[in-house]
Design a protein around this ligand. Structure first.
Ligand SMILES: [Ca+2]
Length: 329
């Protein structure tokens, strides 16, 4: 072996050990991060296998991201953690990027899952309908104008016990727990979402304004989720498209050593939510012309009333003056 080759090999191993050292140092600074439920660069283990994660559909893994769908029509992709999660209180942080060529038309969006069944393709952003568990939707396309009074992109959550249908045509508005508008698409800076499940309370926050702070999207109390479900992310395109990329997924355990733990067995409970947003029925707004007419008549009545009072007042005053004059003469 030539001396040049030996030097090259030395350089390679130095770089490798430095990389391993820093990777290890990062783990040490995140004592409560569960590495078996997290996805961090470099993704690759051996070959194209990502340790503890499986991918399906249109998903492509590169050095910088896991692309669930590219900016092309009719694609579905997903990435699923292969180990069930038995952490009771947790926070999942996802570094993602949704971008594409569309200026006004793009879609459909992506979803982050904590669900019973993994690797199931379907109609809900690339995952099965009538699922068991929690979904957080990052919906970029408004399928139904007028049904809801918010803009897209829109982030919302849904808890399902296997019986609820996600109504794509109405953007799931009848089954959502809560939601918020979030302009996370086509941004130059990093975009993150945090899903916190602690003491049966779900808190979803975003970091999409390049301020490195979490901004609360919504909080919903009274949510029961079993342990032993799987984390996953999925995305879908239809007639409209976007690149849906995942840069990292970090799961933090929120139970601290020494916390008093209740003994409730959470392995077999059915996912449930005690509070749903009231279903948004198609209630027509009161017609403006009607209310205008009403207002007009009310004003007219008030004006007539006022005129009557003034006239009566004037007449009484004149009568009074007349009487006074009569008394003097
Ligand atoms: Ca939609």
């Amino acid at each position: 072996m030539s001396e040049f080759n030996t030097i090259l090999i030395r350089i390679f191993f130095t770089c490798l050990s430095v990389t391993i050292f820093y990777a290890h140092a990062e783990w040490n600074t995140n004592d409560y991060m569960k590495r078996e439920h997290s996805l961090i660069k470099p993704y690759h283990g051996v070959g194209v296998i990502i340790p503890n994660w499986d991918f399906m559909g249109s998903t492509m893994v590169t050095h910088n991201h896991v692309r669930l769908t590219k900016d092309d029509q009719s694609l579905q992709g997903a990435l699923w953690n292969s180990l069930p999660c038995y952490v009771r209180n947790w926070e999942l942080q996802v570094h993602f990027k949704v971008h594409g060529h569309g200026k006004d038309l793009f879609g459909d969006g992506m979803a982050i899952w904590y669900a019973k069944d993994r690797m199931k393709p379907g109609a809900v952003f690339g995952y099965m309908d009538y699922f068991y568990g929690l979904a957080v939707f990052l919906d970029t396309y408004s399928n139904h104008n007028g049904e809801h009074n918010h803009q897209h992109p829109y982030i919302s959550a849904m808890v399902n016990n296997g019986t609820l249908h996600y109504d794509h045509d109405r953007d799931g508005t009848h089954t959502q727990l809560a939601g918020c508008e979030a302009k996370f698409r086509n941004l130059d800076h990093d975009t993150h979402i945090a899903i916190r499940y602690q003491d049966d309370t779900l808190t979803v926050s975003t970091d999409i304004e390049n301020k490195a702070v979490w901004k609360e999207c919504f909080v919903v109390k009274g949510i029961k989720l079993p342990t032993g479900y799987y984390f996953g992310v999925s995305a879908a395109t239809g007639d409209l498209s976007d690149n849906h990329d995942i840069m990292s997924i970090r799961l933090y355990e929120l139970d601290m050593p020494g916390d008093v733990k209740d003994d409730e067995d959470r392995t077999n409970i059915i996912p449930s939510a005690s509070f749903y947003e009231p279903p948004r029925e198609r209630i027509e707004d009161p017609k403006p012309s009607m209310s205008g007419v009403k207002t007009f008549f009310l004003m007219l009545l008030a004006a007539i009333g006022l005129i009557v009072i003034v006239i009566v007042g004037v007449m009484m005053y004149q009568k009074h003056q007349e009487n006074a004059r009569k008394r003097f003469y």
